[in-house]
Ligand binder design. Structure first.
Ligand code: HEM
Length: 509
């Protein structure tokens, strides 16, 4: 036994096709350490440390490489080109359920992953196009207004402290549930977080835990029964999330006269009709992917604004001096505010909401990444004397870009830990060596389809917030960001912010 272990370790460290890549030796021998950090929500932070020590390429598990160079994005997450090979997402990262194809693998076994993904993606992209999002402007503005009314009510129209993590979660959740099902949840009106918000957090947490569970030998064949191995609290939230979404879809489908919400687009019968399960899965995914990332980013930006009075003042002045009244803050005009958009872009860099690594699988005949050929994987022959035959096991090669580490690398950004909106503005005398390393919405055939909606919400909620409130400076260190852990997305912790309703004398005449 001892000899087998020694031979295995020697193979991993000296003879494995990935052995020439730098990284911690223990991580190269076993996936246990990567999984340990994944389960604790500390993997994204650990990737930052690993890349800072080992460089742009790190071997983080026996068969896995992580990249942070800007050029890696196009090679690892390229577009889908008909007839050309491309790298598929490792479905295991989401425990086999969550992405559209992941969901389908459980329901429509006969259809191929790639085609199903493209079909569903095309469907979900329709309500999220720039034109479709612009057509929802009235609803978005109403929620931004409800957000202000709710906050003012909680503060009793007096200076006070509000938990902005909670208020942004309620705001983006109300928006997403209304746009998806045509049904508002009224969190902003009651000032109470709906239970579904906690369920969404739990469902996010379940994803990496499921990945680790399903990697245990033999567990894969359990399929979705692996869900029963989740810790009870997480499992309950996972089921709650899908139950809420599925029930709402059923309820919504009974009323075909509704306005053009996302379910309308999913049920549209013009072409490539979706099954009822696909519609439910699609709606559940939008609620999950659409609400928390935007809330996390808004909270993060307010965290940085509240500790930098000069930056906060500059942004507040830009917003207040650009419009005569709040109603003039349209999506089109907000998209022209240089500093607002630079602040949002810097927020996306410093706290990318999808901070994790989303590995892709090297295709069967291998692929070149950053000029180096990588094989599809390592094939282990397994002799079975009883069956008088040889079978084999393929350990596939995985490659990925840890979003947080790529945008915190000193090889890509000068002073990466500092929030500097000027990085994204022309003529400010600021240059960074690898700006394209920050790709918060991903790239290629699985990149974010909610970018237009995300930008609309980010601009509106930030602008309404700073139009109506003076954000008081608070001396803060990085402790808040360090307390937020990453399970695919961030689990944010409360952010108490001292606020004061805008004083009448500061209003433009
Ligand atoms: C600041 C906000 C957001 C960020 C940073 C973000 C980021 C991302 C990233 C990085 C991916 C790709 C993951 C991968 O490479 O596999 C993704 C996928 C996705 N996002 Fe977003 N997202 C945001 C907001 C939204 C919103 C508002 C929606 C919808 C309402 C949305 C819906 C989706 C969907 C459906 C996918 C899966 C696409 C596919 O599998 O083809 N996202 N998002």
């Amino acid at each position: 036994m001892k000899q087998i272990v020694i031979a295995y370790v020697q193979y991993q460290l000296y003879f494995h096709p990935l052995s020439k890549y730098p990284g911690p030796k223990l991580w190269a021998i076993t996936k246990i350490l990567y999984n340990w950090h994944t389960l604790r929500g500390t993997a994204a932070a650990r990737f930052c440390e690993l890349h800072s020590k080992y460089g742009d390429v790190v071997r983080f598990a026996p068969n896995s490489l992580s990249y942070t160079a800007p050029e890696a994005w196009g090679e690892v997450q390229g577009p889908y080109v008909e007839g050309k090979k491309h790298m598929e997402m490792d479905m295991a990262i989401f425990g086999g359920k969550f992405t559209m194809t992941g969901a389908l693998q459980m329901q429509v076994n006969t259809t191929s992953v790639g085609e199903d993904h493209r079909r569903l993606r095309a469907r979900l992209m329709r309500p999220l196009s720039a034109k479709a999002v612009a057509s929802q402007e009235r609803i978005l503005a109403q929620y931004a207004s409800d957000f202000i009314t709710g906050l003012l009510k909680e503060l009793n129209h007096e200076p006070g402290t509000a938990d902005m993590a909670k208020w942004f979660s309620m705001a983006t959740f109300d928006v997403t549930s209304d746009l998806t099902f045509g049904k508002p949840f009224g969190c902003l009106q009651t000032g109470e977080e709906h239970r579904w918000i906690a369920a969404v957090f739990g469902a996010f947490k379940a994803l990496p835990i499921l990945r680790v569970i399903r990697e245990a030998p033999g567990v894969t064949i359990l399929g979705h029964f692996a869900l029963h191995m989740l810790p009870q609290s997480v499992k309950q939230k996972w089921y709650d999330h899908f139950d809420y979404a599925f029930n709402l879809v059923e309820e919504r489908l009974k009323d075909p006269q509704k306005r053009k919400d996302f379910v309308y687009y999913l049920t549209d019968t013009t072409e490539n009709q979706l099954s009822r399960d696909e519609i439910k899965e699609g709606a559940a995914q939008i609620v999950m992917a659409g609400s928390e990332p935007v809330a996390m980013l808004l909270t993060g930006i307010v965290f940085y604004l509240s500790r930098d009075p000069e930056m906060c003042q500059r942004l507040t002045s830009e917003i207040r001096s650009s419009f005569a009244k709040r109603e003039d803050m349209t999506l089109a005009r907000l998209s022209e505010l240089l500093y607002l958009n630079a602040v949002i872009r810097e927020g996306l860099r410093i706290l990318p909401p999808a901070a994790d690594i989303f590995p892709r699988i090297i295709p069967p005949d291998g692929e070149y990444i950053m000029g180096d050929f990588l094989p599809a994987g390592v094939r282990y022959e397994i002799s079975d004397a009883d069956m008088a035959a040889n079978s084999f096991m393929l350990e596939q090669t995985h490659v990925g870009i840890p979003t947080l580490a790529a945008s915190h690398s000193t090889r890509n950004f000068n002073q990466p830990g500092r929030f500097i909106p000027e990085r994204w503005m022309d003529g400010q005398g600021w240059t960074d060596p690898g700006m394209k390393a920050s790709q918060p919405f991903g790239q290629g055939h699985r990149s974010c389809i909610g970018k237009n909606l995300a930008y609309a919400e980010l601009r509106l909620f930030l602008a309404y917030f700073l139009w109506e409130f003076d954000l008081m400076p608070v001396p803060r260190d990085e402790e808040w960001t360090q307390r937020c852990r990453v399970w695919v997305g961030w689990e944010k912790v409360p952010l108490p912010c001292p606020l004061s309703p805008r004083q009448a004398e500061t209003s433009p005449s």
